[in-house]
Design a protein around this ligand. Structure first.
Ligand code: PLP
Length: 438
C-alpha cells in the first residue's frame, strides 16, 4: 500500500488526513454533521464509504525506524503518543475514529475508549492516585464506582471523603479542607475530585462551577475534576464547559443506545488523557473493534434518539405527575428545589429521559406496577431505544445499607424509568393500565 521506507522523510501512512476540516467558511460544523465522516478517509480503505472493521492484533511498520519512533511515543519517551498504528491493545482504526468523534461531542481535545464504563472509570482513577491520597467524590455514585473507591482503592492506602450532590460552595470548601487534612495525615494529596451528576436514581445535580471554584481556591496542585456524564451526556450536559477537566461515560447507555453493547470512554485535554492512555496501554481495556464500529453507527443517530426520548419523557411525566397513585417525580423537567433548579439552569440543556417516580405505598405497590407493564421492560440499565423500568431499592441499590438508602432518598416506593423512543401515547396507555393494578 505504500512506498515509504524512510521514516525521516516520509511518515507512516495514517488512516486519516491531518489537520481535518471541521468548519466551512468559518462556520463550525455541528457534531451531528461530523458523526457521518469525521476521522475517516475512504481513500485509505479501498473507497469504502463506511469504515471496515479492522480485525487485526498488530500493524506492519513501513520501516524499522518507524517502529522505533512509534514505540518512543507509546512508552512516553517522546510526547504525543504513537503517530501511527502499532498494536491493538494501544490503538487501532475503529477505536481511533470512535475516540475522535466522541471528543467532538464534549468539546474535548482527546478521548479514550474502553471495554466498559467501569473499565474507563477504574483505569481513570488508578492513573491518578497513589498511596496516601484522598479522592473527594459526590454522592450517590453508581454503585460499582462507589465500591471501587471504598473497597478496592482502600486496599492500596487511598481513602475518600464524599459530599451530597447538591452541596454549596461553602460546603465544598469545608469538604476540601477536611480532605487536605486527611491527605496530609496519610502522607498523600487530594488526587481527584470525582462527580456524578445527576445522581442515580434520585437525579440530584452537582454544581460543577462551585466545585471548580472551591478546587481553585483550595488546592494549589493539578487535581483534576472528573465527572460521570452518563445520564445527560453527550446532548444535555457539557461538563467541560462548566469547569470539569475529564468527562467519563458508560457508552452502554445513551451513546450506544440500543441495549446491545457494553463500552465506556473518557474525554478531556490531552494532558489529562495522557496518564490514562499510558495505563490503558499497560493494562489493556480498550474497546474491541466490533463494538467501536457499532458505536460509530450509534453516534450517527444519538442526537435524534436522545431528542425523541427526551420529548417522550416530558409527555409521560406530565401524565404521571397528575396521576392520583403517584406521590411525586424525580424528573429534571419538574424540579421543586430552588438550588437544584439554579444548577439545572446553568448546567443542563435538557431534562433527559431517565427519572424516578414515587408510587403511593411501598415495595408491594411498586412490584404490582412493574409486573403489569407490557411495553416497558423490567430491566436495569437506561438510555436505550426501549423503555425500561426497575425498582432500585431491591435491585441496583440492594447492596446499599438501608440507612444509607434512606439518606440518599432511595425509598421502597421509588421506581426508576428510562424512557425510549416508542410512541409516547402508547407508553402513557401502558403506564395508565399498570397503575390501575396498584
Ligand atoms: C452503567 C453505568 C456505569 C457503568 O458502565 P458499564 O458500561 O456498565 O460498565 C457507570 N456510571 C453510570 C452512571 C452508569 O449508569
Amino acid at each position: 500500500m505504500t512506498d515509504a521506507i524512510d521514516a525521516t522523510d516520509t511518515p507512516t501512512p495514517r488512516r486519516k488526513p491531518k489537520p481535518e476540516k471541521t468548519s466551512i467558511g468559518g462556520r463550525e460544523l455541528k457534531p451531528s454533521t461530523l458523526m457521518m465522516g469525521h476521522g475517516f478517509d475512504p481513500v485509505l480503505s479501498e473507497g469504502s464509504l463506511k469504515p471496515p472493521i479492522f480485525l487485526t492484533s498488530t500493524f506492519a511498520f513501513p520501516s524499522a525506524a518507524d517502529g522505533k519512533r512509534h514505540f518512543e511515543g507509546i512508552t512516553g519517551q517522546r510526547e504525543g503518543g504513537a503517530e501511527g498504528l502499532v498494536y491493538s491493545r494501544f490503538n487501532a482504526p475503529n477505536q481511533e475514529i470512535l475516540e475522535d468523534r466522541l471528543a467532538i461531542w464534549d468539546g474535548a481535545e482527546d478521548a479514550l475508549s474502553f471495554s466498559s464504563g467501569m473499565t474507563a472509570i477504574c483505569i481513570l482513577m488508578l492513573a491518578y492516585v497513589s498511596q496516601g491520597d484522598v479522592i473527594v467524590h459526590s454522592g450517590p455514585l453508581y454503585a460499582a464506582s462507589e465500591g471501587f473507591v471504598s473497597k478496592v482503592l482502600s486496599k492500596f492506602g487511598v481513602s475518600y471523603i464524599d459530599f451530597p450532590a447538591g452541596a454549596t460552595r461553602e460546603e465544598l470548601e469545608d469538604v476540601l479542607k477536611r480532605a487536605k487534612k486527611q491527605a496530609g495525615e496519610n502522607g498523600g494529596k487530594v488526587a481527584m475530585i470525582y462527580l456524578e451528576s445527576p445522581g442515580n436514581p434520585t437525579n440530584a445535580l452537582v454544581d460543577i462551577e462551585a466545585v471548580k471554584e472551591a478546587r481553585d481556591a483550595n488546592l494549589k496542585w493539578d487535581c483534576p475534576i472528573a465527572i460521570d456524564n452518563t445520564f445527560l451526556g453527550p446532548l444535555w450536559q457539557r461538563p467541560l464547559d462548566h469547569g470539569a477537566d475529564i468527562v467519563a461515560y458508560s457508552l452502554t447507555k445513551y451513546v450506544g443506545g440500543h441495549s446491545d453493547l457494553v463500552a465506556g470512554s473518557i474525554a478531556g485535554a490531552k494532558k489529562w488523557m495522557d496518564p490514562v492512555r499510558a495505563l490503558r496501554n499497560t493494562m489493556g481495556g480498550i474497546v474491541d473493534p466490533n463494538t467501536a464500529w457499532m458505536l460509530l453507527r450509534s453516534l450517527e443517530t444519538v442526537e435524534l434518539r436522545m431528542q425523541r426520548a427526551g420529548e417522550n419523557a416530558a409527555k409521560v411525566c406530565a401524565f404521571l405527575k397528575a396521576h392520583p397513585k403517584v406521590d411525586g417525580l424525580g424528573y429534571l423537567g419538574m424540579i421543586e428545589d430552588a438550588r437544584q433548579q439554579d444548577i439545572y439552569d446553568r448546567h443542563c440543556l435538557g431534562a433527559g429521559s431517565t427519572f424516578s417516580v414515587f408510587i403511593k405505598g411501598g415495595e408491594a405497590e411498586c412490584f404490582r406496577f412493574l409486573d403489569n407493564l407490557t411495553i416497558a421492560k423490567l430491566a436495569v440499565s437506561l438510555g436505550g431505544t426501549e423503555t425500561l423500568a426497575s425498582h432500585p431499592a431491591s435491585m441496583t441499590h440492594l447492596s446499599v445499607p438501608h440507612a444509607r438508602r434512606q439518606q440518599l432518598g432511595i425509598s421502597d416506593s421509588l421506581v426508576r424509568i428510562s424512557i425510549g423512543i416508542e410512541d409516547p401515547d402508547d407508553l402513557i396507555a401502558d403506564f395508565e393500565q399498570a397503575l390501575e393494578h396498584v
